[in-house]
Design a binder for this molecule. Structure first.
Ligand code: HEM
Length: 534
């Protein structure tokens, strides 16, 4: 045998394995062609022009030029891990979802944690909401519980989502601040949006600077429905409780960590999982019916409200364990596509207007971000249960119908077929009403739960909230915005408002904000506020 022969051999299937002189596999093009020189382009003479014949160079540069995909329009910076969900006990009385039927049943999971406002390259310890998105690969299809580490949201209606996100992102002319809510546009929007006050109290609290992903809670936020085999519905709120408990850092620590190690949260998750120290959360539910919901002053369809755990304790129903990091960040964490509308039979939606808007939005954004309708063909997004349909073609199709039949009904006795018994049945809630654009009166109280949150905090935590509000509002250059914010704080807690007003150098306090729903008139900056002497 020649030296040449020793550098290649044929496998059992006839495939040719080729090795370089040092024994490593031979580099190939994406077409599989072996490459002889990856250091120099093909040129006419050593100092001459490059040649168009150089297909290897052309392909290599072409592929590099196309490496980037659009970053997520929100939650761009994130970090994910694989694991499993284990059911504690049968929830058959409440839901027919297969993953909740048998104690001990394990369902594969992928979780992506994220910040909301910053770009992909921003720092981990920003004062921000954290995304807590869970994909459960159930035997009845993927269930995505796309939550946050805060149980409420800024807005009550999805039509305001572009506004809240535009306001928090860098301003369109100057393109800063990069990953920071401390600026006029954000506080302008918030101060004109009283429904955001409960969320703002959480965002100004230590919850918004978690020590690590492992010490965060997660929340489904909205009221969902469980539906059992008899088609009976129970309302449900989802909570993830970290086994390690809740921990945050202090603001001055966050600022230093961001400078010294902007990847602090990533590193923490990577190191803990790689060292076998697997983080764990319990899935807990609050279960209730319409009669119970009717006993509240607030509306369970309003995503700016929680159901206090003192009134309705949470029930642990299973645990989530993260035990494996992705092999490739892009393939898994970047390409994972969460969508609130991914629910298995037995889990259904409520009429929460934010949830309904989300159900519409996520499919759209994945189509744009992942470049076509076949993003479910990516391994991270594909179901892990048997699945069959007649969808075909489109960019990057990895699966197509096999054989002649790609429709139903058909005379060729070929499946798949729909099943009213096994298939997803939407809960037949009875609805009626006029077609209107109207915020219900039951969504009108924007301050009570903000106050409850503030007074539930310990004195040091309350000081942190006052300090955060002072820091943030001190970056706001427009006096009327600061004053409008303090006028809202007066409706939440007078001492808090006083502290912040004093720290901002107010000579006198503004009047409390009108607690009623804002009208167009309220939105005009009040002349009385703007002439306060400072
Ligand atoms: C992304 C949560 C409201 C649109 C995300 C992600 C989370 C999340 C966790 C990141 C998913 C990932 O890690 O890949 C929430 C929560 C909300 C909320 C808890 C309110 C309770 C909304 C609303 C809309 C929306 C109202 C639009 C109407 C989006 C979009 C993305 C996103 C477009 C980017 C998805 C992607 O490119 O993968 N959201 N969101 N979200 N959300 Fe939301």
């Amino acid at each position: 045998a020649t030296i040449h022969d020793q550098k290649m051999h044929r496998g059992a299937g006839g495939e040719l394995h080729q090795f370089a002189e040092d024994g490593m596999p031979v580099l190939t093009t994406a077409q599989g062609g072996p490459v002889s020189d990856d250091q120099n382009t093909l040129r006419l003479g050593a100092r001459g022009p490059a040649l168009i014949d150089d297909f290897h160079f052309r392909e290599k540069i072409f592929h590099f030029d196309h490496e980037r995909i659009p970053e997520r329009v929100v939650h761009a910076r994130g970090y994910g891990a694989h694991g499993y969900f284990e059911t504690y006990e049968s929830l058959a009385a409440y839901t027919r979802a297969d993953l909740f039927q048998r104690p001990g049943e394990k369902t594969p999971a992928f979780v992506r944690f994220s910040t909301v406002a910053g770009s992909k390259g921003s720092f981990d310890l920003a004062r921000d909401v954290r995304g807590f998105a869970v994909k459960l690969y159930t035997q009845q299809g993927n269930w995505d519980l796309v939550g946050n580490n805060i149980p409420v949201f800024f807005i009550q209606d999805a039509i305001k989502f572009p506004d809240v996100v535009h306001s928090v992102k860098p301003e369109p002319d100057r393109q800063f601040p990069q990953a920071q809510s401390a600026h006029d546009n954000f506080w302008d929007f918030i101060s004109l949006t009283p429904e955001s006050m409960h969320m703002i109290m959480w965002v100004m609290s230590d919850r918004a600077i978690p020590r690590s992903f492992r010490f965060m809670e997660g929340f489904g936020v909205h009221t969902f429905r469980f539906v059992n085999a008899a088609d009976e519905s129970t309302f449900v709120k989802f909570h993830w409780k970290p086994k390690l408990g809740l921990q945050s850092v202090a603001w001055n620590e966050a600022v230093k960590i961001n400078g010294a190690d902007p990847d602090f949260h990533r590193r923490d998750l990577w190191q803990s999982i790689q060292s076998g120290n697997f983080p764990e959360w319990e899935l807990c539910v609050q279960l209730f019916d319409q009669d119970f919901a009717d006993t509240f002053d607030f509306d369970v369809l309003d995503p700016t409200k929680i159901i206090p755990e003192e009134i309705l304790p949470v029930k642990p129903v299973g645990r989530l364990v993260l035990n494996r990091m992705p092999e490739n960040f892009f393939a898994e964490t970047e390409q994972v596509a969460f969508m609130t509308q991914n629910v298995p039979p037995g889990i259904d939606f409520s009429n929460d207007p934010l949830l309904q808007g989300r159900n519409f939005s996520y499919l759209d954004t994945q189509l744009k971000r992942l470049g076509g309708p076949n993003f479910t063909h990516l391994p991270i997004n594909a179901p892990k249960c048997p699945f069959h349909n007649f969808q075909q073609d489109g960019h990057m199709a990895m699966r197509n119908p096999v054989g002649r039949v790609n429709y139903q009904p058909n005379s060729w006795n070929q499946g798949p077929r729909e099943s009213p018994v096994q298939g997803y049945r939407h809960f037949p809630a009875e609805e009626q009403g006029a077609k209107v654009r109207l915020r219900p009166e039951s969504f009108a109280d924007h301050y009570s739960q903000a106050r409850q949150f503030y007074i539930s905090q310990t004195p040091p935590e309350q000081r942190h909230i006052a300090a955060a509000l002072t820091f943030e509002l001190s970056k706001v250059e427009t006096p009327v915005i600061r004053e409008r914010m303090v006028s809202h704080l007066l409706n939440i807690d007078e001492t808090l408002a006083g502290k912040v007003g004093h720290a901002l150098g107010f000579k006198s306090m503004p009047k409390p904000a009108d607690a009623a729903m804002p009208t167009r008139q309220d939105l005009e900056p009040s002349p009385a506020l703007s002439i306060i002497e400072r």
